[in-house]
Design a protein around this ligand. Structure first.
Ligand code: PMM
Length: 294
């Protein structure tokens, strides 16, 4: 039985804005993503995984066919299309709201045609500016993530005087460019891009100062799930990073912290823990405060 997630119809009039953050479940149809590379690489397994995330209560499924882990090489356009389009089609047929994680306008267009409601562009329109035209033309929702360079070079660009101020300013430029291209600003979501041209310290600063990014007046999405800064944080005494699939509990803690700072959504690999954390937070926040002296 499918549990608590938002129905696909919630996207009919644009970006849903529920009181609690949305939970975006990740479906990487890639042989080489750092967090789950290869696990869901064929259509059937990816669809099965997406359906399992829906059962756990995902509001939205983010289907991606390009690994963006540091050092990754880009797939051919045809490979990316072959990976994501059949998966999107099947998940849409199962009534899921789907976003496509792509930096290519051809993939964005094919995904929207297949029924995706949102384009999640980790380059915020920098890698392929025509993505913005496709999104504008379709009236689709759009995630503009903070990004400085493709995976092969991005860690050389992890240099900031004040990471939060610079990420905010660079995102503001992406908003202006998206606006000029005709993207509906009511359907635009911003993402600080944890791990993309960022060191662990940069990620922690961004997570701690999310409200400063909120000053741009747009909803925020945060993707911390399984990323290497959590592996480092949770490393063994000998410095061995915590394996990727043993970082979930820390990810749930970050879902809670992000939700307390008012984010619009969290992008996660396992939905259930984040969904539970949001229920706890919702119940906690509507409990009346203590009145009078203790
Ligand atoms: N991270 C990854 C891929 N896509 N999209 C958004 N909006 N935000 C992110 O932080 C983000 C993303 C890389 O992580 P993965 O390999 O676990 O999907």
């Amino acid at each position: 039985m499918r549990s608590a997630g938002l129905p696909r119809s919630a996207w009919a009039d644009g970006l849903p804005r529920p009181p609690q953050p949305l939970v975006m479940g990740i479906v990487n149809v890639t042989p080489d993503s750092f967090s789950d590379g290869g696990r869901w690489a064929d259509t059937d397994r990816a669809v099965e995984h997406g359906l399992a995330l829906l059962e756990e209560g995902a509001d939205l499924l983010d289907v991606g066919g390009e690994s963006t882990r540091p050092g990754a090489t880009r797939p051919l356009l045809t490979e990316e299309l072959d990976r994501v389009v059949p998966v999107i089609r099947e998940l849409v047929a199962a009534d899921a709201a789907v976003s496509v994680d792509t930096m290519r306008h051809e993939v964005a267009a094919a995904a929207l045609e297949a029924g995706a409601v949102m384009v999640n562009d980790v380059s915020g329109g920098l890698a392929d500016p025509a993505v913005l035209d496709v999104v504008a033309g379709a009236g689709a929702a759009y995630v503009a993530m903070h990004w400085r360079a493709h995976a092969q070079q991005m860690q050389q660009h992890a240099q900031y005087a004040d990471v939060v101020v610079e990420v905010r300013d660079e995102l503001a430029q992406r908003v202006a460019t998206a606006d000029r291209a005709g993207v509906d600003l009511d359907r635009l979501v911003l993402d600080p891009g944890l791990g993309f041209a960022k060191t662990a310290d940069h990620n922690w600063s961004l997570l701690q100062r999310l409200p400063e990014l909120g000053e741009l007046g747009l909803p925020l999405l945060v993707g911390s799930s399984r990323k290497s800064f959590l592996g480092t944080l949770l490393a063994d005494a000998d410095g061995t990073p915590r394996p990727v699939d043993e970082r979930e509990d820390a990810g749930v803690a970050l879902t809670t912290l992000a939700a307390m700072q008012g984010v619009w959504g969290v992008r996660v690999h396992q939905v259930r823990g984040s969904r539970d954390a949001l229920r706890v937070l919702e119940r906690w926040s509507r409990t009346p405060g203590r009145v009078g002296p203790r």
